[in-house]
Design a protein around this ligand. Sequence first.
Ligand SMILES: O=C(O)CCC(=O)C(=O)O
Length: 272
Amino acid sequence: MQDRPAPEQVVPAADLTEAQVQFFQKNGYLQVDRITTDAEVEWLRGVYDRLFAARAGEAEGRYFDLGGPRGHTGREGLPQILAPERAAPELCDTLVYRNARRLAARLLRCPEDTVTGGGHMILKPARYGQETPWHQDEAYWSPDVVLERVSVWVPLDPATVESGCMQFIPGSHHTEIRTHRHIGNNPLIHGLVTDDVDPAHAVACPIPAGGATCHHPRTLHYSGPNVTGHCRRAYVLVLGAPPKPRDVPARRPWLDEERRALQARSGQDGAA
Ligand SMILES: O=C(O)CCC(=O)C(=O)O
């Protein structure tokens, strides 16, 4: 594997103007042209490919197909790795990680040293990578806590409409969590979708490898299927304040459905 680029070679610093911060606050997303160097992108691709080839974290439930039923053995249309930093701690010592923290601190207007969180990786394989349907990230999160976070989505390949760049509904983060359901109405599929969206208002954000889009956990977002001949690799850092307990848990019945479906399946496995 290629050596990691030395820190002194790395230049882009993710400093935002006040106008960019205000754009994010108004619209719930922001596009940043570059937060790391080509050399680091190349190095990150090597780490990424190694983690997906090893299906890192599968035994602990951190590798799965976001777009298919848990544990299926067919072609994976949307493989995902949660917390890849556990398998590759060197990811935390990168320009991309440092700049993502800086972006999150600026967008949340909090000190950088209070920013915590971690990442996930979503791969859209060439030609058959599935869409990531319209959703709000907070719909996935524990109903017992409030998380003030920002997602910093970094493609390691050019992200175009055809390969699956991010698309957002401006201003949707000012609204409540919409009703979500599992893809295909199958609670064994982790991926969520909301039908309460008008895609006519979507703004697509094509960006180069090593750029970033940032979004608020309530911003409605989507990425299309990858119809190109190249894979679309994305590393997403979800960063911000530590979780705070909620006085009253939020209502997210789709999470209960998934838990029950997984319990029923493990009961069947045990009985088999
Ligand atoms: O990478 C994708 O296709 C979707 C990413 C996403 O939904 C997210 O980062 O919240």
